[in-house]
Design a protein around this ligand. Structure first.
Ligand code: ADP
Ligand code: 5GP
Length: 199
């Protein structure tokens, strides 16, 4: 593609509870140039969520202003709230040889790829629905009705991910799953079109 630079855009999508946050944290420890993208949202913070860490919490007017100024590479409305990915995270990765990690859903990942075709779309799949349910319960962050909703959404998200993404990693054994994710990033760094040492 014409804009390809060494900077990598990596989208990790998964049904909630499959382990993408756990995997992303390990990537950030191993790759000092990695930046975890923090999305904008108009929903209110839940529990211990902090602005600037979990999301940038903004009101609808500010969200629209930022959208109009071109500050979001993609956005969506989910359950009546707006969510958007900051364009500046893409720009920073592109200009600094970085690694931007996006923890967003399949539709958001596909929109980033439509604008930036070299985006890596990685789908993290739970080993089974039973294991997913157990992880959601053991995590102890969601109420029962939220767990039920997340399980209902999981099947559709897996179907969409498997039909449109580049890579799938089944997160059964965590170390094995992480080794696969790291290999994808390392291989991508070696891609000739990302290298400055072209003949
Ligand atoms: P997500 O970000 O996809 O919602 P998390 O990273 O929060 O998921 O993981 C959900 C729960 O499952 C967490 O409690 C995490 O510690 C646990 N977990 C993640 N990966 C594994 C794994 N391979 N084996 C067992 N537990 C895991
Ligand atoms: P939650 O409110 O539970 O944190 O997220 C609700 C949904 O919004 C999830 O499916 C999540 O993946 C999605 N989401 C979070 N941030 C973004 C974003 O920046 N863009 C898009 N398209 N979806 C997002």
């Amino acid at each position: 593609m014409n804009e390809q630079t060494p900077g990598i855009l990596l989208v990790l999508s998964a049904p909630s509870g499959a382990g993408k946050t756990t995997l992303a944290r390990r990537l950030i420890t191993d790759f000092p140039e990695a930046e975890f993208s923090v999305s904008f949202t108009t929903r209110k913070p839940r529990g211990v969520e902090k602005s600037g860490v979990d999301y940038h919490f903004v009101d609808t007017a500010e969200f629209r202003e930022r959208l109009d100024r071109g500050e979001m590479v993609e956005w969506a409305e989910v359950f009546g709230h707006f969510y958007g990915t900051p364009q500046e995270v893409v720009d920073r990765a592109r200009s600094t040889d970085g690694l931007a990690i996006f923890d967003i859903d399949v539709q958001g990942g596909s929109k980033i790829k439509a604008k930036h075709p070299d985006t890596l779309l990685v789908f993290v799949q739970p080993p089974s629905m039973e294991v997913l349910e157990r992880r959601l319960r053991d995590r102890k962050t969601d109420a029962e009705d939220t767990i039920q909703r997340r399980l209902l959404e999981a099947r559709a998200e897996v179907e969409k991910g498997l039909e449109s993404y580049d890579y799938v990693i089944v997160n059964d054994d965590l170390d094995a799953a992480y080794a696969k994710l790291k290999s994808i990033v390392v291989a991508e760094r070696c891609r000739i079109s990302r290298s400055e040492k072209k003949a």
